[in-house]
Write a new protein. Structure first.
Length: 577
């Protein structure tokens, strides 16, 4: 359903005309002439079991503002998208409104999704662009099931079933999951001639059946098997997060043969974020999965190649090439290499909870799990932006979300807009100075135990799910020793490699390392894996784009060195630096 409310008859008539003209074939359109009538209609729709996708409300109404109305509507339909309709000049005349009820402030606080002037004489394409965008966001989980190209049968609370849902969601592949103990699950197994002895079972649109496939088998089924033998490229990017994808876009678009090697799912840690609100150019916010999937498609459009579900296991120089062996036994080579492996969430270190990983305990935001937690008690561990974003996303489904923070405040690690959003969300609470010490359950998470570090008080609570986002550790254990790292494992680059103004020991060139270059010439590092980087998606993308200019320079100087070497006498001469 789409519901619109405005107590101005002329304004409501224009909105209703536009909504019915464009959307009535697929959605029920309901329009009400007062705020109270709108709230009553929402309660009736909820009682009737209807779903409301988008609610539109005029900001200027006599009974209450549009922001106030949409705040109340959210209590009835938490997942409905909320659009404030304004008149020209409304923003300038909002002084004196209660806190949070001004339109721009309400958007920052997460009380509304967006605002747009009321439609005028047709055409009103800008209005429809906003409404259609909100409908697209709302329908995504529903569309995934209806248009599923993969159907998975598995145990609801098993780690492998969670991994299946997670990887399909992160790649943006429409899918449906059926617990094995449901009629739908049993019928699908019978249809494809399989049993519940080994799960999960994946049924692809073309009829292919995969029984508990590895991530590599999944990737090969969707993107084709990687060619055997070593392949050579201008640049090999190790890591498919925002930094690696940006490097792939710029490298491929500027004529470099570019390969991206990604060991898990496209998007890296950022791809699990339910909503990134401060990425430039997306005022409504954008999910990490949507942002990184579009970057992946963009890189592919320019000709970048990809190897999914394959980890790099090393890096060595062979002549002018940098060779990267992969976990599938193959090797790839590039004239330059970019390390963009990012960082993974730090483990909790609580044995009872580690045993339930994927069965109620999740590392990362796990956006695909949120709808299954409707009306339940959920906990999030962490005090940075990723934890705050996860808490806000989960609050649309869970009865209550509790954020467990080891420190004494949120200000040290979280953006101000997220702190404000959390403070005004009724079903999100924050417990500071809190340390997770235990938990458990029969086959799935059922309880958590945490300690108040200020008072020493220990409390055990019922919990349906726990999402851990407690800092990160770099993925650099696969790199050779001559790639210098700091004490935490982050790759050191550029001027940070200099000691007393001199390059590191063994540096073979006369010039100093370039700004994003490591201690090995031609090997660069970008994004969260780099020592001293700003842990933000925007900065990772910036580094990924900048590094390609450096790669061009390195390849040019390599060609010059090779030319000078070929022209010089071989006997009694030294290679050019």
């Amino acid at each position: 359903m789409i519901l619109a409310v405005d107590d101005d008859p002329g304004g409501l008539e224009r909105v209703e005309r536009e909504l019915r003209k464009r959307y009535e074939a697929d959605y029920g359109v309901v329009c009400e002439g007062s705020a109270e009538a709108g709230l009553e209609k929402l309660r009736d729709l909820a009682a009737a079991g209807e779903d409301v996708a988008v609610v539109l409300a005029s900001q200027r109404m006599s009974e209450m503002t549009g922001v106030e109305f949409l705040t109340r509507a959210h209590l009835v339909f938490p997942t409905a998208k909320r659009l404030v309709l304004t008149n020209m000049g409304d923003r300038a005349s909002e002084k004196g409104l209660p806190a949070g009820e001004g339109v721009p402030e309400a958007m920052v606080l997460g009380r509304i999704d967006y605002y747009e002037p009321k439609p005028g004489p047709p055409p009103n394409e800008r209005f429809h662009e906003i409404v259609t965008g909100l409908l697209r966001e709302w329908t995504k989980p529903y569309r995934s099931e209806l248009n599923a190209v993969v159907r998975v049968v598995g145990e609801r609370w098993s780690r492998r079933s969670y991994e299946a849902r997670d990887i399909l969601g992160r790649y943006g592949i429409p899918h449906a999951f059926y617990p094995v103990d449901t009629n739908e699950g049993q019928e699908l197994l019978a249809r494809v001639g399989r049993t519940a002895d080994r799960l999960p079972v994946w049924v692809l649109l073309d009829g292919q059946v995969l029984v508990d496939p590895s991530n590599k088998e999944f990737a090969d089924a969707f993107v084709g098997e990687a060619p055997e033998g070593r392949e050579e490229f201008d640049v090999v990017v190790i890591g498919g997060g925002p930094a690696g994808l940006a490097a792939a876009v710029y490298g491929a678009s500027e004529g470099l043969s570019t390969l991206v090697v990604e060991g898990e799912a496209i998007g890296g840690q950022a791809g699990t974020s339910s909503m990134i609100r401060n990425y430039p150019g997306f005022p409504r916010g954008i999910s990490g999965q949507e942002l990184t999937t579009q970057a992946f498609q963009q890189a592919g459009m320019f000709g970048a190649s990809f190897r999914f579900a394959r980890h790099a296991t090393g890096l060595r120089r062979v002549g002018e090439d940098l060779v990267v062996p992969l976990t599938d036994g193959t090797e790839v080579a590039g004239r330059a290499a970019i390390v963009a492996t990012g960082a993974s969430y730090r483990r909790l270190g609580v044995p009872e909870l580690e045993a339930l990983n994927g069965a109620g305990v999740f590392y990362g935001a796990a956006a695909t799990e949120a709808p299954a937690l409707q009306g339940q008690e959920v906990y999030v561990v962490g005090g940075a932006n990723s934890a705050g974003q996860a808490a806000m996303h989960l609050s649309k489904y869970a009865s209550r979300v509790t954020l467990l923070v080891r420190g004494g405040s949120l200000e040290a690690g979280m953006s101000d807009y997220l702190i404000n959003e959390i403070q005004v969300t009724d079903n999100v609470r924050v417990l500071l100075n809190t340390r997770l010490v235990g938990g458990g359950g029969e086959g799935r998470l059922e309880r958590l135990t945490f300690e108040d570090s200020a008072s020493g008080r220990i409390e055990t609570v019922a919990a349906a799910a726990l999402f851990a986002l407690i800092g990160a550790e770099p993925r650099t254990e696969w790199l050779p020793e001559d790639v210098e790292r700091d004490e935490k494992g982050y790759v050191i680059t550029g001027t940070d490699l200099l000691h007393g103004g001199q390059p590191p020991e063994g540096w073979p060139l006369t010039r100093a390392p370039l700004i994003l270059e490591t201690s090995v010439p031609g090997v660069f590092a970008v994004g969260d894996v780099r020592h001293g980087s700003t842990k933000r998606v925007t900065s990772a993308v910036g580094e990924g784009s900048i590094v390609i200019r450096l790669v061009h320079g390195y390849l040019e100087e390599s060609a010059e060195r090779a030319g000078r070497h070929r022209e010089s006498p071989r006997v009694g001469s030294k290679p050019a630096p």
